[in-house]
Structures are given as structure tokens and as C-alpha cells.
Design a protein around this ligand. Sequence first.
Ligand code: NDP
Length: 331
Amino acid sequence: MTPFHAIVVNKTESAYTAELKTVDESALSTTGDKDVLVKVDYSTINYKDGLAITGKSPIIRKFPMIPGIDFAGTVVESADPEFKQGDAVILNGWGVGETHPGGLAQYAKVKGDWLIHTPAAFTSRQAMAIGTAGYTAMLCILAIEGHGVKPADGDVLVTGAAGGVGSVAIALLSARGFRVVASTGRPNESAYLTSIGAAEVIDRAELSAPGKPLGKERWAAVVDSVGSHTLVNACATTKAEGAVAACGLAQGMDFPATVAPFILRGVALYGINSVTAPRQRREKAWQRLAADLNTTTLGAMTSEIRLSEVLDKANDILAGKIRGRLVVNVN
Ligand code: NDP
């Protein structure tokens, strides 16, 4: 294999560094089981990648490490009979970019079991415009629907609305006929949020401060990527027998709640973990994304950057400055 470009994060006693480098095959580890070598077309920057690249949270567990928790590309070599040369594949999670070299590189070598086939509806770029953020949004919606929530039950709240998970959740929910209320700290993004499917936009300050154990019943369901007081208040204002899907911690990892919404209103709180979700659930999520997501809307929430811009954008995503989704053209 000829040398290729990758972001490489390193940690020494004195420094935490992230650099664009030229590396060779030795930068890719074997998984020891059904390795598949993939020529990466696109990766992305999710919130977790921002944490990993800047070192703001201990996401990366081994150094040096190629970050990038997701990628879409084309199989070059496969020891897994499920995949053959030329297949279009997607990877989300499984510790890639954390404990195993990740997607912010021109090549990746991963275990076949971690990959899924890219749905025919999507190019590699579109698959990564969705990325782990969008796939997680779909997992949240599957949890809410699995609970039995229907559009006629009332409004669905989406927090962190102008971010990646939030934007894709809004588009998916509105396409399914739900009336979506988008909570954002960026009122200047109201027109954007309406254009991708929000029926109403509220200021996230309504939800982000400590509140009462129970409030007026407002939401049939919630998709929350923010955590902390926002998640607590979302639970406290969810209608009886409603469902809340919690996937993120952009406001904080804490959950300073009372049990009131759960024991007095029967509200259900679903935890969403995309990293190790079983393959069957992943494939279901991606099939539903292919069926439900309008690719024009997806295009409107997507910006493209190059590998050399990743380091700057890692800071921006943590500062809540990225609108929608950022795809990285690694080539
Ligand atoms: P983004 O940065 O794209 O979106 C996060 C959004 O949260 C921001 O755009 C902003 O939206 C809002 N936000 C940021 N800071 C704060 C704050 N201090 N208080 C309240 N709201 C805030 O990130 P992603 O969409 O990629 O990820 C969102 C969250 O979901 C992250 O915590 C991420 O780790 C988590 N996640 C979890 C997964 C899982 O498997 N459980 C998988 C994927 C993501 P606005 O400006 O509209 O207010």
C-alpha cells in the first residue's frame, strides 16, 4: 500500500497533539478476526470526534491513534466472506477512533462484523452526511416508535436541534408526520430549523436551568442530545405514558432528576448507545434512513471539509458552532 494521509492524535507526558500526517499500513492495526481493508471515501466530525481530537474528554484509549468514529468507503481486501472487493460499506462506532484506528484517514482496517453494507439509496458522501449522529437520531426514533408513540399523540421535542443528531432527528420525524418542536440556543438558526422540518422553534433557555419535578405536559416524545437539566426538564414536561430517548451530553453528563415523571406519569426513558448496538438494529436503522430521509434535506444540512480542516472544526463542534453535519472528504 502506498503511504496515505491520516489525522494522528498523540499524547505524551507533556503534550496532547493532533496532526495531519503521511502514514503507512503499519498505522492500521489488525483486529485479529476477519479484517476488512477499506479505502475511505468520507468520514465526519461528530461531537465525540471533537472531544477525541482536542483531548477534552478521554475518548482515545491508545496512542498514537487515528481518530474518527465513522467512515464510508469501498472494500479493497476482505477476510470476511460477507464483504468482497468493491463493496460499499459503512462503519459506526465499535471503538473505532477510540481503541482501534479510525476513519479520519484514507484507509481503515476493521473487523468485518463491525461493517454494514451501504444502502443502495446512499452514496458514501450521503452515508457520512448522516454519519453516527444521524444513525443515532434514527435509533432514538425507533425507540420512540417502539414505545407506540404516533403523530396524533402530540408534539415531539428535539433538543440540540441545530446540531447533527438534532438536525437529522427533525428531518426524520417531520417526514413521518410528527409535529416537531426544536429547542436551540441559536435563534438565528430558526429559518434553517423550519426548512428541515421543525414546526416550532423554542429557546433552549426554557429547558436548560434547574426546574420543577413535574411541569405542564407538553411532549408526546423527546429526542435529547443534551443531557443535564435539559433532559430532566424534558422528562418533567413529557405527557403521561410518553417516551424520552436520551443519547447525548452536550450540556452535561449529569442527570439531576427526580423520579416523579417516571412514577407519577409513567414516562419511559430510553438510553441510546450507538457504539455497540447489535448489527440487526443497525441495519434496521440504516434501512429506515434510506426509506425516510429526504436526500435534498440532508444536502441542505451538510457541509464538506478536507482532512486539513479537521483540527479547527473539532474545536468548533465543541463550541456548538457547527450547523447540521460536517462531512470530511479524506481524499
Ligand atoms: P453537535 O455538536 O452537532 O450537536 C450538539 C448540539 O447541542 C449543539 O449544536 C447545540 O445545539 C447543543 N448544545 C451544545 N452545547 C450545549 C449546551 N451547553 N447546552 C445545551 N445545548 C447545547 O453534536 P452531535 O449531534 O454530533 O452529538 C450530540 C450529542 O449526542 C453529543 O453529546 C454526542 O456525544 C451524543 N451522541 C451520542 C451517541 C450515542 O451513541 N449515545 C452517538 C452520537 C452522538 P443548539 O445550538 O441548537 O442549541
